[in-house]
Design a protein around this ligand. Structure first.
Ligand SMILES: [Zn+2]
Length: 139
């Protein structure tokens, strides 16, 4: 809201975005420990829980084209520029998910718009990761 596309893009493409920080704070508050952006794991997931063999992506709704989301629609103007770019992102995401599945990583994708609901995000983390206290070493 009140943001033009280029400001929006800059926000979404950078690391340590507000949605990412919100999820990190929630996960940390629940007692989970994680690694960030591990380059040796397909798709460089935002949060990695090595001991649980689980990863979380926090996807910007525009950049990753969140299905059914009002922010997840390609822009009408400059479509020749945006469509191939966005399609490449979607392909890249799909490839990463396939590689992660093949390597037996469990994946949770949290969309930017979902992170605004902290209670739902908190519950999603608990459901996906299981009880924090069962973590043990190197979770
Ligand atoms: Zn969304």
């Amino acid at each position: 809201m009140g943001m033009n596309r280029s400001e929006n893009m800059r926000r979404i493409r950078s690391k340590n975005t507000a949605p990412e920080m919100a999820v990190r704070r929630l996960a940390h508050g629940l007692g989970y420990r994680y690694r960030l952006h591990r380059k040796d794991i397909p798709g460089k997931p935002d949060l990695v829980f090595p001991g649980r063999r689980k990863v979380i992506f926090i996807h910007g709704c525009f950049w990753h084209q969140h299905p059914g989301c009002r922010e997840g629609r390609p822009p009408k103007s400059n479509a020749a520029y945006w469509l191939p770019k966005l399609e490449r992102n979607i392909e890249r995401d799909k490839a990463a998910l396939a590689q992660l599945a093949a390597a037996r990583w469990e994946v949770l994708v949290i969309w930017e718009c979902e992170t605004k609901n902290h209670e739902a995000t908190r519950q999603a983390l608990l459901d996906f990761l299981g009880p924090p206290h069962l973590a043990g070493k190197g979770q």
